[in-house]
Design a protein around this ligand. Structure first.
Ligand code: NAD
Length: 288
């Protein structure tokens, strides 16, 4: 497949009012795409669209709840009305529920799977017919390093949803690649965003997961890595190279890999606290 040139294209992004989605909107627009920024919180979407415009780009903002199929239809209609086409679809909205595995109720599973996974099924139904008809375009799904490696045992629905997003993205690449449409799956490790706002914690306490200390990158870096991967038609975006080595180790001997990780776990009971995602990237409207 030829490389992808953002110039003159139209990109739609979910969860684009903050963090990785906001950064991707700015990176895509910086390469010449017109962007439709959507978010559950409409004023955040509008604020990011205004940021793009003040940097010289073209953008529209719209409130979209990815748990509602009709909102995806409204997102498509806005893109077609404002800019006449859709080339890039970035399914990025995500939420996190935390707690010991035995304390997570159905509602935690349902919410996380609805926002993180079923949203992409809704997006596929609305946007793939457009891309398939034109025989070009690119789909970007934001998964997580937690979709490749399962160290976060205090967030089972999140890990399950993100593994499903990786698998779904691979299968989509098989379907869409021969039809001229690329797929990129973004699998960041820690990113400085506002995701801690989207965390629901269940239960009083759980064991503390011992995850590798990979460090936290900026959302802007993830936006740039994503735009570069789309341009080069690459599938996988990692923010930490060490993940690649860990995937090789895991593939070579899953039992040995898992036993080594089990031996590292700290089984003391500690107070449940959200992970160390610092409130980082400001919400654009906070700056106003
Ligand atoms: N921050 C990290 O360390 C990290 C790591 C790996 C993967 N991710 C993934 O990156 C994606 C973006 O997260 P972020 O870190 O930028 O977080 P963020 O909270 O800064 O941004 C997420 C945005 O999604 C929106 N959102 C939440 N529920 C929504 C819904 N139902 N419909 C539409 N929008 C909704 C929020 O309003 C918010 O603006 C998520 O899928 C997340 O799982 C984040």
């Amino acid at each position: 497949m030829d490389s992808f040139d953002f110039a003159g294209t139209v990109a739609v992004i979910t969860g684009g009012g903050s963090g990785i989605g906001r950064a991707a909107a700015l990176s895509f627009a910086g390469r010449g795409a017109r962007v439709v920024v959507s978010d559950l919180v409409g004023r955040r979407a509008e604020a990011v669209a205004a940021e793009v415009r003040s940097a010289g780009g073209q953008a529209a903002g719209i409130a979209v709840d990815v748990t509602r199929g009709e909102d995806f239809a409204a997102l498509r209609d806005t893109a077609l009305r404002e800019f006449g086409r859709v080339d890039v679809v970035m399914n990025n909205a995500g939420v996190l529920a935390m707690g010991a595995p035995e304390s997570l109720p159905d509602e935690a599973w349902e919410k996380v799977l609805d926002v993180n996974l079923l949203s992409i099924a809704r997006s596929n139904r609305v946007f793939l017919p457009l891309l398939l008809k034109q025989g070009s375009g690119h789909v970007v799904n934001t998964a997580s390093a937690s979709g490749l490696l399962a160290y976060g045992f205090d967030r089972l629905p999140y890990v399950a949803s993100k593994h499903a997003v990786v698998g779904m993205s691979e299968a989509l690449a098989l379907y869409l690649g021969p039809r001229g449409i690329g797929v990129t799956c973004v699998c960041p490790s820690g990113v400085m965003t506002n995701i801690s706002e989207q965390i629901t914690v269940y239960g009083q306490a759980s064991s503390s997961p011992r995850a590798p200390a990979h460090g936290i990158v900026s959302a802007e870096k993830v936006g740039e890595l994503t735009a570069e991967a789309v341009t080069q038609r690459r599938f996988l975006v990692l923010t930490v190279p060490a993940i690649q080595a860990e995937l090789v180790e895991r593939a070579a001997d899953l039992d040995a890999y898992l036993n080594a990780r089990i031996a590292e776990q700290d089984t003391r009971i500690v107070e449940q606290t959200p992970p160390a995602f610092h409130r980082g990237a400001h919400h654009p409207e906070d700056a106003a």
